[in-house]
Ligand binder design. Structure first.
Ligand SMILES: [Mg+2]
Length: 225
């Protein structure tokens, strides 16, 4: 896919709403946390083989997929008897911005547009990631779904977001690596919705038929990739 067919006309955008994990930040951190470190620690604690622990962790995560508890560190600390905050701190060195993300934030800020970070991340995780990357300074609003009582997968989130940080969906750009969230955003009427081709820098390239997946933020800014 080339950057030559940019489709976004910035004259049609009054507001930018961005996801954090897998969109602005490398999803490698989160994948390592949930798929590698947590199963390992749970296996040690519960006296299970790594394979069996991983299977249990992934099965229990899948059962809560997309709901607020899925994104709640306390919920999983309790479920698995493992301190998720400590595990996040242990992997802190893996927290980092995706290529071009900070330039994109600067670009939007320079245009004077409201720029909202809307994340399902747990508030403590959000604070850790903002402290580690410094991206918080670029936003007019930083909103955790936990403070709104619903995850981005649900219309209740969008309703609450509209009340907290009013925006015109028809003139809003939204970028999120999660297809289910993109669907909810589109159902809310958000006009310009994009995904991310490779949310985890060491993971696979994704395919999606619901939205254009960005190889690079430069596809939206017209900058050289
Ligand atoms: Mg995400």
């Amino acid at each position: 896919m080339s950057a030559a067919h940019a489709t976004l006309d910035w004259r049609e955008v009054d507001c930018v709403i961005l996801d954090m994990d897998g969109t602005l930040l490398d999803l490698h951190f989160d994948n390592q946390l949930w798929r590698e470190l947590l199963p390992r620690r749970y296996a040690e604690r519960a006296g299970l083989s790594l394979d069996s622990a991983r299977e249990q962790v992934l099965t229990r995560l899948a059962a809560r997929h997309g709901t607020l508890p899925w994104y709640c560190l306390e919920h999983w600390s309790e479920t698995f008897g493992v301190d998720m905050h400590a595990l996040e701190r242990e992997l802190g060195h893996l927290i980092g911005a995706r290529p071009g993300a900070v330039d994109f934030l600067r670009f939007v800020r320079a245009r004077g547009l409201p720029q909202v970070l809307a994340t399902n991340a747990h508030p403590a995780s959000l604070a850790r990631k903002l402290a580690a990357t410094g991206i918080g300074e670029h936003f007019t609003d930083v909103i955790s779904a936990h403070d709104l009582g619903a995850s981005k997968e649900y219309p209740e989130f969008w309703q609450a977001l509209t009340a907290a940080a009013p925006f015109d969906p028809a003139r809003t750009l939204f970028i999120d690596d999660n297809a289910q969230v993109r669907g909810a955003a589109r159902a809310w009427g958000i006009a310009h919705v994009y995904g991310i081709a490779q949310p985890d820098s060491r993971g696979p390239r994704l395919c999606a038929d619901d939205a254009r997946l960005l190889e690079s933020f430069a596809e939206l800014t017209g900058a050289a990739a």
